[in-house]
Design a protein around this ligand. Structure first.
Ligand code: OXT
Ligand code: ADP
Ligand code: MG
Length: 569
């Protein structure tokens, strides 16, 4: 395309695509429609990847977890205006809450009409609606601002505490033109978007002192450390100090769960009895009972907290030794400062080891328990997956549900970092199939998703997406016919209990789209199906029939339920 002076022109579509490519972004997840269909089309024609979903929320979840796995590059989701944007917004808020770097880009309607509320096609003031749900919300009005706008979005998403960023793309931006020459001069790659953030020397000295004086120290590894790819630094720190460690759900595998210093099998005891807890990229939020109460025992704990976000410190409890900086820099300096210090006291590590061995023995007995006529339970079924994952550690494990989530986290050991992708900070249902698509496409490795039957329902239609792209994803439905349990008594009046679902043929759903379905009733059948499914490298779904009575209300977080003091439960 050129103008009347024969100057070669480019347009908004191409300047945006060239800017993204300049920033090594080659993948978008989304749903097309007015005004962004041609952006996705041109993107694909250019040899880039566009994963087209059935619902924007799942495309957004895919982008959010792509950001987590990549760490230094945001996942990108593309949506249409108003309803498409709103569908994607849940995922943007999720990314921000979980500290995952993600950019939601959405087409939007004509500013003049939107601002006067004159009823445009899919009218909505998207930029302002997005603002409270992300780190920053930008609008790019002029083609010349595309490179700066995208640079701001990328840097905001990945630097400091990562999170979600919204970029509003009004329809008419795509049609604006610019000379190819000028576009070339404007498009750039921002320098050092994830700079090292070195902690202060006195913060390191203070933390080292607290750790040296600890009698019963424990390290809590969080998904911030996993996302930062601080694998080597974490290993060096843990092994040099000899301090036992506990992983939060998504930090499992950052240190192998089979490591002799893992205290995961005696979490409650370790938290209640420790005197010093070293938080590494983990927040003292609800998942850690805010650092207080019964879980943390009677004695006041001393916390060392490594975090990139300064105001995370003291958010729930006074922190004796804050270390503000990026986790890699913080840990390597701390490890250096602790060189030559004695290892964690043997009395403490020995007591933990004893508990770990006892609890592992108890769990092994549960896993070996025979199957009741009413179906498998969570232990004897997930024992099969445990064995399988130990032999195949380079598989991504997506996991959601209540009992399906908690039991998998407890039973299935992870040996590699960033392989366990779960409901995260919000304990949200619906991440399942979106996470599967991103995990398969970003890592190139197979995916197993362990899904409660309710959890799966939130994103089940994306089975078609998984089949359309022929991804190596095996979905296991832990089918107990309900939310927590599948056998709650109906209330009468022709109504069905609010926790009950049809214990149906999810395997046939998969077959409807050309994938392979399995229906299994025993651990032996599950094992055979799992081996065949993963080896096929094709979309498969295993419908594992679980005893409807096997689960417990809300899994491990029952205490958060409010129970009525009057009338029936
Ligand atoms: O030390 P103790 O004795 O305490 O024991 C611990 C470990 O030491 C031990 N352990 C081991 N023992 C032996 N060997 C080994 N290797 C070992 N490893 C560990 O096991 C225990 C447990 O260990 P853990 O997990 O480390 O410790 P603990 O104490 O549990 O940790 C605390 C937590 C809080 C960190 C942990 O529990 C956690 O991470 N929990 C996350 C919980 C969560 O996020 N739940 C999901 C939300 S529930 C609810 O909200 C649901 N909804 C509502 C809804 C949602 N969420 N979203 C949306 C969009 N809409 C609605 C719904 C609809 S769940 C749900 C669906 C549920 O139905 P499904 O059909 O999907 O699922 P089913 O329940 O299967 O039917
Ligand atoms: P978990 O759920 O595993 O406990 P959280 O999401 O609660 O983890 O906490 C992750 C923490 O990690 C956040 O407070 C975030 O600021 C921090 N974080 C993220 N990236 C880095 C990094 N590169 N260096 C240090 N801290 C980080
Ligand atoms: Mg269920």
């Amino acid at each position: 395309m050129s103008n009347e002076d024969n100057v070669e022109l480019t347009d908004g579509f191409h300047v945006l695509m060239d800017t993204l490519k300049m920033n090594d972004i080659d993948t978008m997840y989304g749903v097309v429609g007015i005004p962004i269909t041609n952006l996705a089309r041109l993107w694909e024609q250019d040899g880039q990847k566009f994963y087209s979903f059935r619902h924007e929320q799942h495309a957004g979840y895919a982008a959010s977890i792509a950001g987590y796995i990549q760490g230094d590059k945001p996942g990108v989701c593309l949506t249409v205006s108003a309803p498409g944007f709103l569908n994607g917004l849940t995922a943007l808020a999720h990314a921000t809450t979980n500290c995952f770097p993600m950019i939601l880009m959405s087409g939007s309607s004509e500013r003049e009409i939107v601002d006067l509320m004159q009823g445009d096609y899919e009218e909505m003031d998207q930029m302002n609606i997005a603002r409270p749900h992300c780190k920053a919300s930008f609008r790019i009005n002029s083609i010349k601002d595309i490179p700066i706008g995208i640079a701001r979005a990328i840097r905001t998403a990945v630097s400091g505490r990562p999170g979600g960023v919204y970029v509003d793309l009004p329809a008419r931006l795509f049609g604006q033109t610019l000379s190819v020459e000028e576009a070339k001069q404007l498009i750039f790659k921002p320098v050092d978007v994830t700079p090292a953030q070195i902690p202060a020397a006195d913060a390191i000295a203070r933390a080292a002192e607290v750790i040296k004086n600890a009698k019963r120290p424990v390290v809590m590894l969080g998904k911030g450390a996993a996302m930062a790819k601080a694998d080597a630094e974490v290993k060096a720190f843990i092994e040099q100090t000899g301090i036992p460690f506990l992983p939060m759900g998504m930090a499992k595998g950052l240190m192998p769960d089979t490591h002799p210093q893992s205290a995961a099998a005696t979490r409650a005891f370790a938290l209640a009895q420790c005197d010093v807890c070293i938080l590494v990229g983990a927040r003292l939020n609800w998942l850690m009972q805010h650092g207080k109460g019964k879980t943390w025992g009677n004695e006041l704990k001393k916390f060392v907290q490594i975090d990139i976000q300064a105001n995370e410190i003291d958010s729930n409890q006074p922190i004796a030794a804050p270390v503000v900086g990026d986790v890699k820099s913080c840990l390597s300096l701390l490890t250096e400062a602790l060189k030559g210090a004695p290892k964690a006291p043997a009395e403490w590590t020995g007591a933990l080891k004893e508990k770990v061995d006892t609890n592992k023995g108890k769990l092994a007995t549960k896993m070996a328990a025979p199957v009741a006529p009413t179906g498998m339970n969570y232990s004897n079924s997930l024992g099969v997956l445990k064995e399988f994952m130990l032999k195949n550690p380079s598989i991504n494990l997506v996991n959601e549900g209540a009992n399906a989530l908690d039991n998998t986290r407890m039973i299935v050991d992870m040996l590699e970092p960033r392989r366990r992708l779960d409901s995260g900070t919000w304990g949200v249902m619906g991440i399942g199939m979106g996470y599967c698509v991103a995990a398969a496409t970003v890592t190139g490795d197979p995916v197993i998703a362990v899904e409660g039957d309710s959890a799966f329902g939130f994103s089940g239609m994306e089975l078609e997406t998984i089949c359309r792209y022929n991804l190596p994803v095996t979905v296991i439905i832990m089918n107990n016919g309900g939310i927590y349990k599948g056998n709650e008594e109906d209330p009468g009046n022709g109504l069905v209990s609010c926790t009950r679902l049809i214990r149906g043929r999810y395997d046939q759903m998969m077959e409807a789209f050309g994938g392979k379905g399995y229906l299994v009733n025993t651990p032996e059948e599950l094992k055979a199906a799992l081996e065949e499914a993963v080896a096929s490298k094709k979309p498969c779904l295993i419908n594992a029939m679980i005893d409807p009575d096997a689960g417990v209300e809300s899994g491990r977080i029952k205490s958060l339920n409010i129970v009525s003091k009057v009338g029936k439960k």
